[in-house]
Write a protein of this length. Structure first.
Length: 266
């Protein structure tokens, strides 16, 4: 991420790094970037996102991860996309370290109700502050470092759109999301995605949100389709990822049964 932060030096933005490390490594790295403000946070991706939101009063809050890198014009283009006052969330695609485009939804404007899963990635995501205020904080029981290590980004997109805001996906804000996971780690990530999908769906359904079930059904059909595609192609890796996601769905159901209604934040 540090090479990308250099591009933000001359932008009219406030740059905040949320540090969840135990040592001083991050602080030492940021000494060469005096325009960047570092704030400390307890462990957990959603906790870090909430701390970052609270640390600034900006009208637009942009999120990226420490394994993502953005180029010149990324922030300026995001700012342009919020020109429409109805837009509450902006998201864009990513490429891995080898230049391969990561799965993402087509560019366009998305309105409620829509299938939010895969609509945006947490490493390339921006929200209007008014939309975050309407939706409430990130659910701290979702996301890396929490009992359900995924889903905090799609959960927030869902709640923002449910509050009446539109989402814009734009190919002009592409970032590089550096590859670091092994195949086994990637399967674990897909398992976490399945858990996050299930837990947030059950949470919203318990709140009386019937739309959440319809959207979940569409997402399940999407995974059935990709499982069939992997079977036809004899794609062992793809089948492994779909099996891991399904295992995560079952784990998410077990977790949801143990959690009383209203246990999670927002």
């Amino acid at each position: 991420m540090l090479p990308g932060l250099i591009h933000a030096r001359d932008e009219p933005v406030e740059v905040i790094v949320v540090d969840q490390s135990a040592g001083m490594e991050t602080a030492e790295l940021l000494e060469e970037l005096p325009w960047v403000r570092r704030v400390q946070s307890d462990a957990g991706l959603s906790k870090g996102r909430n701390v970052g939101v609270e640390a600034t009063s900006a009208d637009v809050v942009v999120f990226t991860d420490d394994d993502a890198e953005f180029g010149v014009g990324w922030l300026a283009r995001i700012r342009e996309l919020f020109g429409d006052p109805a837009v509450g969330v902006v998201c864009g695609p990513g490429r891995d370290s080898q230049g391969r485009l990561l799965p993402h939804r087509p560019a366009g404007v998305y309105r409620w109700p829509t299938r939010v899963f895969g609509l945006g990635h947490g490493f390339n995501l921006a929200f209007r502050r008014a939309a975050l205020d309407a939706a409430g904080p990130f659910d701290e029981e979702l996301g890396a470092g929490s009992p359900v290590p995924a889903g905090e980004d799609t959960d927030m997109i869902y709640r923002v759109m449910r509050a009446g805001w539109t989402a814009v996906c734009d190919d002009g804000i592409e970032v590089v999301h550096h590859s670091w996971r092994s195949e086994d780690e990637e399967r674990l990530a897909h398992q976490a995605y399945g858990m996050g999908f299930t837990v947030q769906t059950v949470k919203h359904t318990r709140e009386g949100d019937a739309v959440a079930l319809r959207i979940a059904a569409a997402e399940l059909l999407n995974h059935v389709w990709w499982t069939l595609v992997a079977l036809v192609r004899r794609d062992r890796r793809g089948l492994g990822y779909q099996a891991a996601w399904t295992q995560g769905v079952l784990s998410g159901l077990a977790i949801s049964r143990r959690r009383p209604p209203g246990a999670a934040r927002s």
